[in-house]
Design a protein around this ligand. Sequence first.
Ligand SMILES: Nc1nc2c(c(=O)[nH]1)N[C@H]1C(S)=C(S)[C@@H](COP(=O)(O)OP(=O)(O)OC[C@H]3O[C@@H](n4cnc5c(=O)[nH]c(N)nc54)[C@H](O)[C@@H]3O)O[C@H]1N2
Ligand SMILES: Nc1nc2c(c(=O)[nH]1)N[C@H]1C(S)=C(S)[C@@H](COP(=O)(O)OP(=O)(O)OC[C@H]3O[C@@H](n4cnc5c(=O)[nH]c(N)nc54)[C@H](O)[C@@H]3O)O[C@H]1N2
Ligand code: SF4
Ligand SMILES: [Mo]
Length: 675
Amino acid sequence: MSQGETIKTTCPRDCYDGCGIAVVRSEGKISRVLGDPDHPISRGALCSKCAVAYNGVWLDSEARLLHPLRRTGPKGGGHFERISWDEALVEIAEKLTTIGAEQGAEAILHTHYTGTCSWLANAFPGRFFSRLGATEAAPDSICNNAGHVAWDYVFGSSDRGFDPRTAKDSRCIVVWGANPSHSAPHAHKHWLKESPAKVVVIDPIRHETAEEADLHLQLIPGSDAALAFGLTHIAWREGRLDSEYILRSVLGYEEVEADIEAATPEWTSAKTGLDVPLIEEAARLYAEGPSLLWLGQGLQRQPSGGNIFRACAMLPALTGNIGKPGAGFYFLNDGSEIIASKGAAPTWQEPDETGKAVPSISQMDVPDALNDPGHFKAYVVWNCNPVASNPAQARMRTGLAREDLFTVVIDCFATDTADYADIVLPAASFLEFDDLVGSYFHLTVGAQVKCSEPMGESLPNQEIFRRLARAMGFEEASLYHDDASMLDAMLAELGLGLSFEQLKETGWVWGSEEPVVLWSEGTFPTPSGKIEIASARAQADGHPRTPQPSADPRPPNGRLRLLSPASKWLLNSSYGNDTQIKKLMGSPTVALHPKDARRLGIEDGQRVALSNDAGRLTLKAIVSDIVPPGSALSYKSRWPRAEGGHNINLLHIPQKTDMGESTCVHGVEVTVARA
Ligand SMILES: Nc1nc2c(c(=O)[nH]1)N[C@H]1C(S)=C(S)[C@@H](COP(=O)(O)OP(=O)(O)OC[C@H]3O[C@@H](n4cnc5c(=O)[nH]c(N)nc54)[C@H](O)[C@@H]3O)O[C@H]1N2
Ligand SMILES: Nc1nc2c(c(=O)[nH]1)N[C@H]1C(S)=C(S)[C@@H](COP(=O)(O)OP(=O)(O)OC[C@H]3O[C@@H](n4cnc5c(=O)[nH]c(N)nc54)[C@H](O)[C@@H]3O)O[C@H]1N2
Ligand code: SF4
Ligand SMILES: [Mo]
């Protein structure tokens, strides 16, 4: 290894941006992790959190898990002894085999999400669990399944949005229930600012992106379906619906027409708390187009998140803002599928050789299920940190404390969840193995490149599960595929004409030279081939046939609606153990509107208690109209142990969304009082 060498790699976090990274190595060691100056998204700068944490806790051997560990003290206490890989694997294999023989492998629950989104490390372990026949905690139900299910009814797909590069042709961009200033910092800083379009933000919070937008519609949380009808009403009233597009590509307009006619600006204003002129201005900007509509993941984390998504889908469908330069809708992009234009599941995704359907349960049911001794006997956690991130934090802890539950945690760091493990396995970090990384926004493909040996005895997820498969005596060849051939096979499927070695040189490529205009053919993978505003499939699943012009009831008895979206300084709970990040975040706060603060006798800076049926948490109050009256804001995902054992998920009651059994964490209600 030469001195002062720079290696290009890609950030694999669960983040819209998918930044290129430049790793500087000297004397064979990583000395600095920086943004790649040649990458079109990062343009030489990491986001503020990664700039700190990738040079902090990720390189810190004191903070990283270095060896397999076995628990020596009570569950939750975090006392472990070092053991060898062989001991750890044999012990896990024996336990899982016994449970499989006695209770059936469905009694093994595994939970995973997007700790790393790099393709192999994220998907390859699925092969093991599929072979095992374990129950899966339905991954998207912790994050975005309501939106997926809803848009699948409407468009037949929820992961083919717009190519952000088409914004050069847009005159309006609507960001609805997303906060790019935190969750897509480079899109906030460059993409939104550089497009010629007017930016409209629809969000209860006046976050930085809202602050800098041309229009900010600061509506009451959960009133978005009413707003969608109201905006469509104005487009209809002003003759801006695209009847040709509706005729050709939309099913069920007649069935919502009366509801659209009834959704007058005055009605919409009463439901949403927005002023009529503002609603009218936004509607005109959008309908005139060409417009891009970005529905954020925060938007569908509401009790009626599915209905909201179906209602919002009327806007592009009825104004024809689809399939032409500068027009489109977006929730998520499966870049690999769009680039490969195949539709078939690519080889790296979980081939189920046993042919068995994998059983699953919603993440909303996990806290209760873990407390039921008759349900699961083992819990395998990888790529996630459920004590910090899941609902019903107190119930999660009592479930994990069960002596008869065998728990394995695989992570790079000793998280609050790892404290409960019987066996902890150390995962290598993204700086320590080769992989591929996409972005769920931009159509880029990046190489994740090994920049140093794995710290201690840590191993990449895929290698851990190859070894575990061997310890279990499994024989299927796909459980043992090696990384190098899978990486080349994945690139071959994308049809980019590059081997992994070649991609390493440039670091990243666009999935297509020119911006892709999706859905220009005007047909959709629904049963009718059209956009299904009215959906027989939704009806058959027990939902209304059409989206409803409704708004959630306001919280009763002076309670407030608690929003707990993405923090600027964390990536979910990742980085919550970085000393510098902790300093930058300061102590946890809750923002309250001045009207609510006055009513409750709370002053800025005072300690306040938030409580509901799930628990009670004290935080420092910030009195500010950054939130609308009736709402409270406290960012998610601090490490509980850094805050006396709890974070905001202590208050998260695991209610399910109207569709997809998913989280409605932004619908939690709390009583607030001076502490
Ligand atoms: N209150 C509230 N709670 C929420 C949300 C909210 O909006 N409000 N949002 C929800 C959402 S959207 C999500 S997606 C979930 C996310 O919640 P989680 O899925 O729990 O995400 P993280 O907390 O980041 O945990 C990821 C873990 O993976 C580890 N990791 C990183 N790389 C690797 C690797 O290569 N291998 C292994 N084995 N581990 C690795 C990290 O160290 C980290 O501990 O949280 C949900 N929780
Ligand atoms: N810095 C940072 N970046 C992240 C993450 C992180 O934790 N930190 N997490 C990653 C993950 S896993 C995800 S899923 C994404 C999520 O990123 P986003 O898609 O941006 O979603 P959220 O941060 O949950 O919430 C975004 C906005 O939704 C708004 N919102 C909540 N309820 C409503 C409502 O009823 N109506 C409307 N109109 N808006 C509402 C919130 O006020 C918030 O401003 O971010 C990813 N990127
Ligand atoms: S977390 Fe997102 S913004 Fe930060 S470096 Fe990674 S991809 Fe870029
Ligand atoms: Mo998420």
